[in-house]
Design a protein around this ligand. Structure first.
Ligand SMILES: Nc1nc2c(ncn2[C@@H]2O[C@H](COP(=O)(O)OP(=O)(O)OP(=O)(O)O)[C@@H](O)[C@H]2O)c(=O)[nH]1
Ligand SMILES: [Mg+2]
Length: 714
């Protein structure tokens, strides 16, 4: 078996990750906006006698990087060992993509070009003379439609062919002036480092441009003054810096090639995307439409998820719990172990898992918005607003991604050009309401605001954004000073996602929560169980370690309306992961749901009841959805007078304090994984500590204000 290492590169959003998914049956993250892939990802495939290793790299417009993710791509191409370049090109933007191809050719490596989005190019009436393109560049060019897995076989064959025959692309003509410069530099390098193997054209240009950070990594340095001397001629004759001069020459080449191989229809019709954007990006309508989209997403998510949460709650906390308890006690297991397994692990983790429908639905909605291309529009719309806050629209993408998971947001900050913007965005990401907070909302909304679930959720999400931006202004003026660059993000055409794609990407987001429930949340639940049962068998939960700690910190939360020991202890337990807030409450309140030991266990009856309950709940989903789209307010029964945890909450909280509690959960520090990621991405532990402190203070102040305002209204 021969191994071929393939670097997959191209402009952002051209379908690199999609193509690897299609070829290697991988599940790399895909989305319809530039900047989805922000780190090196791998996928491999055995094909014939070969193992093909694909390295998915962040998209970039050139090999001169401005952002962290672009640097990853450049460094890979210049410093790492690989055999073939697979350049994925957006055929509908051939000219601009060829500018990047020209730079790749300078690397002098075997290359295959995937002319992706060939379906869209065809629809626009574009004709590409593929044979001619192959001949002039001496590369293999294959038309592909990654989303339909078209062209996949041909790509594999082409990769093997250029690898085996070591076909290197043609050297392009750069004009006499540049050719002379190249020769001089090559001569100098030879003089300084006689044992160096061949140096590619790309490296020669980097030497001329003086990209110091890369040259240092490459270990090739020439005397800069000497190079400036060589460049003097260009500067005086053309009156531009060398890098601008080179840019012009490369663009000239790209435009020339595009002219030769591409034929476009004379008359251009207004595209579907342009028609929709006229409304969506409208100055007046844009933002209200964005709010409507969010509200509708929440409404649909709740309408579908709520009945299934009820179902899972019944299945996990009543039926299965009963079965497990019976099973364990008939197996003769000691009481304390049963309590640990049932009250600690099953109820704790099970309660978190019962909220999977709402997390799944919100992840589905986010995936849908990502896949259609609406996300990039949201960034565009927010650009004007974000500027008041010292950020630019592009920073809204990591923030929006935070609705899924704050950790992926931190990585997404790599696409921001400026250090101050990157750090500032990382700092305010915790205020974006991630999926792990949803169980808390779902629980409190069911207990207090069942008829207005979508509105409460919209309020919380918007509050998160508002707090994030307000803090951004303060931080921008004091801590992270700097001027934001212009908003330069491409708006991709709208694309209709395939169901398969939506399902896979929703699952990939959801999986993270399921795994977390089975690992971290489980571990913390065992700790919570111990803290609730030590000193051994306390009379009341309040007397346990957790109870006493709860009492100790409760005064901090009193002014926010919920200063009882149980909610304080839950907030403390939720510090490492927000799911633990709900599971701790379930352990505290769920402990006293006593079953009737005399009751005969009948699996058959229980199962029948569960199935009927499921059917009933599924019917409820239908009714809910119809009412959403007819915009009829629901008159269906409001959460049944609380069972277990719901009634406990209703006794202990008021609507105002419930709202304040949700706001606190929204705003205080998100989780340990976020902390660890920021520590790595920002490279400072002090920075993480500052975030912990600031988020806590902000959460306290905002909850205080919300509680007192809500008391006046609710
Ligand atoms: N119509 C059409 N859409 C495609 C094709 N290939 C990819 N897409 C869509 O284009 C969008 C971008 O795909 P990605 O695979 O995320 O692109 P990428 O090049 O990895 O993007 P970055 O990681 O941001 O650089 C997604 O919405 C895909 O579904 C294609 O051949 N035809
Ligand atoms: Mg990608």
């Amino acid at each position: 078996m021969k191994e071929i290492k393939i670097a997959v590169v191209g402009n952002p959003n051209t379908g690199k990750s999609s193509l690897i998914n299609a070829i290697a049956k991988a599940n790399l993250q895909v989305g319809n906006w530039p900047g989805v892939t922000v780190e090196k990802k791998q996928a491999k495939l055995s094909y014939k006698n070969y193992i093909l290793h694909f390295i998915d790299l962040p998209g970039t417009y050139s090999l001169t990087p401005y952002t962290v993710d672009e640097t990853i791509t450049r460094d890979f191409l210049f410093l790492e060992d690989y055999d073939v370049i697979l350049c994925v090109v957006d055929t509908t933007n051939l000219e601009r993509n060829l500018y990047f191809v020209v730079q790749l050719i300078e690397l002098e490596k075997p290359m295959v070009i995937a002319l992706n989005m060939f379906d869209e190019a065809k629809k626009l009436g574009y004709k590409v003379d593929i044979k001619f393109l192959q001949d002039i560049l001496k590369v293999k060019a294959i038309p592909t439609v990654a989303v339909k897995e078209q062209g996949v076989e041909e790509i594999k064959e082409a990769l093997i062919e250029v690898f085996e025959k070591a076909i290197v692309p043609t050297k392009l003509p750069y004009g006499e002036e540049l050719e002379d410069l190249i020769k001089t530099i090559l001569y100098r390098i030879k003089a300084v480092k006689p044992d160096l193997e061949r140096v590619s054209l790309a490296v020669v240009f980097k030497l001329l441009e003086g990209e110091e950070d890369l040259l240092k990594k490459l270990g090739i340095e020439l005397d800069r003054r000497e190079i400036e001397n060589i460049l003097k001629h260009i500067k005086t004759v053309h009156e531009v810096e060398f890098s601008d001069y080179l840019l012009d020459v490369r663009y000239g080449l790209a435009t020339g090639i595009a002219k030769m191989v591409l034929q476009r229809p004379e008359i251009r019709r207004e595209t579907f995307t342009e028609k929709i954007d006229k409304i969506v990006l409208n100055r007046i309508l844009g933002i209200p439409l964005f709010l409507l989209v969010m509200w509708l997403s929440f409404k649909v998510a709740f309408d579908v998820a709520n009945p299934y949460i009820d179902f899972l709650d019944k299945a996990i906390n009543e039926v299965f719990r009963k079965w497990i308890e019976a099973g364990l006690s008939s197996a003769g297991i000691t009481d304390w172990l049963i309590s640990l397994m049932v009250d600690g692990i099953w109820v704790g983790v099970g309660t978190v898992l019962s909220f999977i429908p709402i997390i799944g639905m919100i992840m589905f909605m986010i995936t849908f918005l990502e896949a259609t291309g609406y996300m990039a529009r949201a960034a565009f719309l927010m650009d004007r607003i974000m500027r008041y806050f010292g950020l630019q629209g592009k920073a809204f993408i990591p923030l929006l991604m935070g609705f899924g998971c704050n950790v992926s947001s931190v990585y997404a900050c790599r696409t921001l050009e400026q250090e101050h913007e990157r750090k500032l965005t990382m700092f305010i990401v915790p205020f974006m309401s991630c999926g792990a907070r949803l169980p808390v909302y779902a629980l409190f909304v069911a207990a207090f605001f069942a008829t207005h679930s979508a509105e409460v959720l919209l309020f919380l999400y918007l509050l998160g954004i508002a707090v994030a931006l307000s803090l951004a202004v303060i931080l921008h003026k004091t801590y992270f000073k700097g001027i934001s660059g212009p908003f330069i993000m491409e708006l991709p055409p709208y694309r209709i996602p395939t169901f398969k794609n939506l399902a896979i990407h929703t699952w990939l987001k959801l999986k993270h929560f399921v795994i977390k429930a089975g690992t971290w949340v489980l571990a913390f639940n065992i700790l919570v169980w111990m803290a609730l049962n030590l000193p051994w068998k306390p009379e009341k939960p309040e007397d346990s370690i957790l109870g006493k700690t709860g009492h100790l910190i409760a005064p901090i939360f009193k002014p926010l309306g919920f200063g009882d020991w149980a909610s304080s202890a839950s907030l403390l337990a939720g510090f490492p992961a927000k799911e633990v807030v709900v599971s701790t409450m379930a352990q505290i309140y769920g402990g006293d749901v006593e079953d009737n030991p005399q009751e005969e266990l009948s699996f058959k009856e229980d199962l029948k009841e569960l199935i009927l309950f499921f059917a009933e709940k599924t019917k409820e989903v239908g009714v809910n959805l119809i009412s959403t789209f007819r915009i009829v307010t629901l008159t269906a029964e409001v959460s049944e007078e609380g069972t277990g945890i719901l009634s406990e909450l209703q006794n202990r909280f008021t609507p105002a304090s419930a709202l304040s509690f949700m706001v606190f959960v929204l705003l205080y520090f998100p989780c340990m994984v976020y902390a660890a990621t920021v520590r790595i991405e920002a490279g400072s532990f002090k920075f993480v500590c500052q975030i912990i402190l600031v988020t806590f203070i902000v959460a306290w102040i905002v909850s205080f204000v919300v509680y007192h305002l809500a008391r006046l209204i609710l």
